[in-house]
Design a protein around this ligand. Structure first.
Ligand code: NAI
Ligand SMILES: O=C(O)/C=C/C=C(\O)C(=O)O
Length: 486
């Protein structure tokens, strides 16, 4: 069993209270790690270390020097690729191919891309006239926000954590990461990488624990934290926003979604089935960008439902390193209970269960894991709870539609507005739809195709702010204007 400690000022340290909690494997519910739970003293120490680094060596580096260090972090992650894959697989139980091809490479890319961004971003300048005819020159400069609190979820832990740490450090901030209690390992491992490449002590800190009355709350309430970036549930975002209002600290939030997938009859049928399958079921449906509401134009509705059913029934459950398997469990028993409660609710609300709806039979010790079947429903009213609320599991409801106006209204009829995936061969219609669906991210004939320079974030209750490329600089820096009278 692994022992995971907090990482403060470049050292792995156990909490003074001696308090620890267990991490269980989603595969079989065995305890796989014991984690030190940070209390207020550890959060204080982390904030002090982060402030010290800002005022010390880190704060004195040039952009070029920081950039070189961040390239080093990216390279070291790649060198230790297998360690990251193994740690993330242990925490999440997800298949090795998802780790190797999506989540861990993105961790390295998140440092490289933002190093490139800060190296190349220009600053603005305006010349102005003055009454004496000599004029003045305005120019802007970006300075780090300071100490940034980074609160992370468990669904793609390393990718989502580095998506925040990469730009924060590139901009010259220091960070204190609070990983999810369900996925502490890769954040801890990243401390070794930081030390190996010579990132000054105190720049990257990790405190472990839970949310309320634990490390998450202690960190977000700490007056020494200048800004907070968070990915997770909308309700948690509201609690963090309240904490951040004390001291007028800035927030950047990527929150929940109840994303619509829209398939027109003229779409490339097989590509649309593959795309919707991936968007609904990748990572066992635990992706905030995932599709839980599918709208299919009536002429192809029945055929589409049958094709998606065949794919959902084709998944092979098993351990991440089992080459015959391609499908993992949910993150925890607790999350499985939540997802299964929606599976029951769908039936109570009158759904036709096209496939799934329960738990798969798993052999031996895997029977204790957090497995659920990919599930497809049809026939529910637009007001059903499973059609309106974020479930965050491998499930979707499919409903027919007859016109563009109708499907736009259906897609927008939700409090969330994170992303959508639209399938059609009519480009004019694709552009019209993109302008009308109220989301932060629209994919046409694709899903989760990511260019890290693009703005990323949600509309409505799906978030506040945009991160990605230069948009990240808006959050991770303070812009100053300097006006020079000539
Ligand atoms: N990417 C996304 O949009 C995600 C959405 N979710 C949704 O959230 C549901 C619950 O998952 P959780 O991991 O429990 O999400 P959560 O939003 O409760 O937790 C995310 C992070 O926030 C921390 N946290 C919780 N309460 C806090 C507080 N008051 N102050 C400071 N930090 C706090 C947690 O310890 C964790 O590190 C999921 O079932 C899913 O619906 C979960 C993970 C990711
Ligand atoms: O690609 C990104 O930067 C973010 C993806 C977000 C998720 O996968 C998520 O929060 O589930």
């Amino acid at each position: 069993m692994r022992k995971i400690e907090n990482f403060i000022a470049g050292e792995y340290v156990a909490a003074g209270s001696g308090q620890r909690f267990d991490k269980r494997s989603p595969l079989d519910n065995r305890v796989i790690a014991s984690i030190s739970e940070a209390g207020r003293p550890e959060v204080d120490a982390a904030v002090k270390a982060a402030r010290g680094a800002l005022n010390g060596e880190w704060g004195g580096l040039s952009t070029e020097q920081r950039v070189e260090l961040l390239y080093g972090v990216a390279n070291e992650i790649t060198r230790r690729f297998d360690d990251f894959v193994e740690a993330e697989m242990a925490d999440t139980g997800q298949p090795s191919h998802v780790m190797k091809h999506v989540f861990i490479p993105r961790g390295a890319a998140n440092f490289k891309v933002f190093a490139d961004v800060v190296k190349n971003v220009p600053s603005e300048s305006f010349q102005m006239a003055t009454p004496d005819g000599r004029g003045a020159l305005n120019y802007s400069m970006r300075v780090p926000k300071g100490v940034v609190g980074v609160i992370c979820p468990w669904n793609a832990p390393f990718m989502l954590m580095t998506w925040k740490v990469g730009p924060a450090l590139a901009c010259g901030n220091t960070v204190i990461v609070k990983p999810s209690e369900e996925s502490p390992q890769t954040a801890a491992l990243l401390g070794e990488v930081m030390n190996a490449v010579g990132i000054p002590r105190g720049v990257y800190n990790v405190v472990h624990g839970f949310g309320p009355d634990s490390a998450g709350e202690f960190l977000t309430q700490h007056p020494g934290v200048n800004a907070i970036t968070f990915t997770g549930e909308t309700r948690t975002g509201a609690a963090i926003m309240k904490a951040a209002s004390e001291g007028m600290r800035d927030v950047s939030f990527e929150l929940g979604g109840k994303n619509a997938g829209i398939v027109f009859a003229d779409a490339d049928f097989d590509a649309a089935v593959d795309g919707i399958f991936r968007s609904a079921f990748l990572n066992s449906g635990q992706v905030c960008l995932g599709t839980e509401r599918v709208y299919v134009e009536r002429p192809i509705f029945e055929r589409f439902v049958q094709a998606l059913k065949v794919k959902a029934e084709g998944v092979k459950f098993g351990r991440p390193d089992d080459h015959n398997a391609n499908y993992g469990p949910l993150i925890s028993q607790e999350h499985r209970d939540k997802v299964l409660s929606y599976y029951r609710k769908a039936v109570e609300e009158g759904a036709t269960v096209v496939t799934g709806g329960g738990v798969p039979q798993m052999p031996g010790e895997l029977a204790e894991g957090a497995w659920v079947q990919p599930t497809i429903w049809t026939g529910l009213s637009d007001n059903a709870a499973v059609v309106r609320e974020e479930i965050f599991g491998p499930c979707c409801h499919i409903r027919p539609f007859d016109s563009e106006n109708e499907v736009v209204a259906l897609a927008n009829d939700n409090v969330y507005g994170l992303s959508t995936t639209i399938w059609t061969n009519d480009l004019a219609r694709a552009h019209r739809m993109a302008a009308r669906v109220e989301v932060g991210i629209t994919w046409i004939n694709s899903w989760f195709l990511r260019d890290l320079r693009t703005p990323f974030g949600g509309a409505k209750q799906s978030g506040i702010g945009r991160e990605g490329g230069v948009h990240s600089l808006e959050f991770y820096t303070e812009t100053r204007n300097v006006c020079v009278k000539l």
